[in-house]
Design a protein around this ligand. Structure first.
Ligand code: C2E
Ligand code: CA
Ligand code: CA
Ligand code: CA
Length: 269
């Protein structure tokens, strides 16, 4: 009915209003906080399922603010991207991540997320390269994760940036693979080393024929292209068994571990 529709609209707009307020608070806090003190990293193992050990760890941003408490990455990263603050955050977190990874066994790699901002500014990418070069860690132990959407705005400029990172010896992973509107031809021109299959294809894969076929195709595509493939968001034994039967080797997900503080990673070494 008209009345119910109106009620729905009011409810929606109230939720919308609350979200706008919350986002404004987050933005304000981002701008005024001591981010180098409040931001930290959690590390989630990228597990080799043939050994149960970590091949690497993905660094994931964590923010604890005295006023707002713990703010999920999914809530503040998009705002940091919109306001441009992400550039500063990336430099700060990259330094922290490298400081941590330096202490890991040499066969374990660090995977670090870059945003669209990071790869669309030549001066900023210079700073990122500087940090990597200044650190003792071999660039081959660092993998940068980018999304398809981060590549879409200024493809040539973004490609120049990721080419530089590859020339330095860093790995390059395409994150959330399958969720964007990728042109395979474009992807083929990127110097990728890894694709990360999005969690949305993995949930209940054992009884979802469409997901099953997509993941099977992505695994064989990555094999054909000589790329490593990491399947994200594995939560159940049934999902893992199905992935194993498809020849998948590297997975990430709550089944093995949530993202952990740097002090708790040794069990995966
Ligand atoms: P992402 O890069 O796709 O990271 C994977 C997200 O999935 C993480 O959420 C991780 O905690 C979560 N996850 C891992 N395994 C599972 C699972 O089995 N089930 C479920 N439900 N979730 C799982 P998180 O840490 O909240 O990060 C969310 C997003 O925020 C990231 O998605 C990434 O896009 C962004 N982000 C996080 N840290 C950074 C960062 O340092 N820099 C940038 N640019 N973006 C970041
Ligand atoms: Ca990622
Ligand atoms: Ca992802
Ligand atoms: Ca994502």
């Amino acid at each position: 009915s008209k009345k119910a529709q109106r009620g729905h609209a009011i409810l929606f707009s109230r939720q919308h209003h609350e979200e706008i307020c919350r986002n404004a608070l987050i933005e304000q806090a981002l701008l005024t906080s001591d981010l180098s003190a409040e931001l930290s990293l959690a590390f989630q193992p990228i597990v080799d399922i043939t050994t149960g050990k970590a091949a690497g760890f993905e660094a994931l941003a964590r923010w604890h603010n005295p006023m707002l408490g713990d703010i999920p990455a999914g809530a503040f990263i998009p705002i940091a991207e919109r306001t441009g603050l992400i550039s500063q955050i990336t430099l700060l977190l990259l330094q922290k991540a490298l400081d941590t990874a330096r202490l890991w066994p040499a066969h374990i790699y660090l995977s670090f997320n870059l945003s669209a901002h990071d790869i669309n500014s030549p001066t900023h990418i210079r700073r990122i390269l500087d940090i990597i070069q200044r650190n003792a860690i071999n660039p081959s132990r660092l993998q940068l994760e980018i999304t398809e959407t981060a590549m879409t705005t200024h493809f040539d400029q973004a490609k120049a940036a990721v080419d530089k990172l590859r020339q330095l010896g860093c790995g390059l992973a395409l994150d959330d693979f399958g969720t964007g509107y990728s042109s395979l031809i474009r992807l083929h021109t990127l110097p990728l080393t890894t694709i990360k299959v999005d969690r949305s294809f993995v949930t209940h894969i054992q009884d979802n024929p469409a997901s099953y076929k997509i993941v099977r195709s992505l695994l064989s595509l990555s094999q054909e292209m000589g790329l490593d493939c990491v399947v994200e968001g594995v939560e159940t034994g049934a999902e893992l068994d199905t992935l194993r039967s498809l020849g998948c080797r590297h997975v990430q997900g709550y089944l093995f571990s949530r993202p952990l503080p740097a002090s708790q990673l040794d069990t995966f070494f």
